[in-house]
Design a protein around this ligand. Structure first.
Ligand code: 5GP
Ligand code: ZN
Length: 166
């Protein structure tokens, strides 16, 4: 189990498909301002928008995040709807200048609703709307070490020896 899975399990809010707010929107048990819908996916206005036309795109089937979505057709159809919604917004009178596409995974990363979703957030002006603030982690590895870890599954020998001495 990867650390992300572990974090997801640890931070589980115990929600099931039955009490998932987005599943309720899919089943039309609660209302939403639906922008697009087909048999695989749905797009609706975010109830608490960051900017005008902020849309959430979801697969109709419940997957808690992108990583556990094992159905290529659903992945494809959901991302296709993301593109379609962006085009609708782009052609609309809202006249955005750009977009941020965002999918949070895990509480740590800001995921509040544990049903995979992609935010489509129109951008109108710098300093407004979604902000991508990059604050580097305190414990940053050397870039070559990160690459080594990812490519070989092992940390660099020197690094391991250095850590072993500590
Ligand atoms: P997250 O933080 O999980 O990435 O984003 C969840 C988003 O879902 C939030 O932006 C929030 O405003 C939106 N949201 C939560 N509940 C509802 C709801 O009942 N209806 C709609 N339309 N959006 C919701
Ligand atoms: Zn759900």
């Amino acid at each position: 189990m990867g650390i992300v899975d572990k974090m997801n399990n640890l931070s589980s809010d115990g929600s099931t498909h039955d009490d998932c707010i987005f599943c309720k929107i899919v089943k039309k048990e609660i209302p939403a301002r639906i922008i697009d819908e087909n048999e695989y996916a749905m797009a609706f206005l975010d109830v608490n928008p960051i900017s005008n036309g902020h849309v959430v795109v979801i697969p109709k089937k419940h997957y808690s995040n992108l990583m556990v979505c094992d159905n290529d057709e659903i992945l494809y159809e959901t991302m296709k709807m993301v593109r379609h919604v962006a085009k609708i917004l782009d052609a609309s009178k809202l006249q955005p200048w750009g977009f941020n596409y965002l999918s949070n995974q895990g509480e740590m990363a800001g995921q509040a609703v544990r049903h995979w979703h992609v935010h489509v957030i129109p951008k109108y002006m710098k300093g407004e709307g979604f902000q991508f603030s990059s604050i580097p982690s305190k414990d940053m590895e050397d870039l070559d070490d990160v690459y080594e870890i990812l490519k070989t599954g092992k940390a660099k020998q020197a690094k391991m020896e250095e850590k072993a001495k500590k």
